[in-house]
Design a protein around this ligand. Sequence first.
Ligand code: MF3
Ligand code: CO
Length: 256
Amino acid sequence: MAVTIKSEREIALMREAGRILSITHAEMKKALKPGMSTKDIDRLAEEIIRSYGCIPNFKNYHGYPASVCISINDEVVHGIPSDKRIIQEGDIVSLDCGCIYKGYHSDAARTHAVGEVSKEAKQLIEVTRQSFFEGMKYAKEGYHLVDIARGIQEYVENLGYSVVRDLVGHGIGRSLHEDPQIPNFVSRRRGIRLQAGMTLAVEPMINQGAYPVCWLDDDWTVVTEDGSLSAHYENTVLITKGEPEFLTIGDEIEQN
Ligand code: MF3
Ligand code: CO
């Protein structure tokens, strides 16, 4: 499938999908407390998304059973919410969520510290968030995908962290996953040339230790092979001729 360029009408719908998702993320962040189950967070997100007349796009995606992926500590992505999984003080919790507004998708992830976490954990969360913005210095018409990847990877590796290789970002629009794939690491391909009107979900997944990951027996949850902590940060981004527009960052200045 070719990479799509969105019209002004489509961009307006994606802005609204992004705005509603940023509200959902802000509410999940407020609610996140020790003693809650991951299913509690999932229920809250689904309720908010539906209250805006939107549809949670992860639910039933290739059989995925929930509206949010909730991945704790050494879990990288795609953790499945459960009534039995209780959030603890000291955990780092990645919340990955998306919604559909009038046929258009949004997708964003945040990693939060629950109560007091170690200095190392805090640093990992901040480096992961900042790596996204390092990549965004090259998210502009005329650069290539590899420029974004290089921005992310050099920043992360200079600080001694590693970039997950087995999972990548993606184009987004009428489908959750469109072309192109968007790696967060440099490969021999420079990738497509960016053009105004492309909408991309850029999502660095960063490990405290080594980059290899493996899958649990639930066939969804991805964990670090070495058991080290992992964090995730993602936004749906509109490419323009100038600065990128972050469709899933709300008006309020977000800490993470
Ligand atoms: N945000 C994830 C991504 O970008 C989607 C999760 S997969 C799902 O690929 F099955 F949970 F939807
Ligand atoms: Co995504």
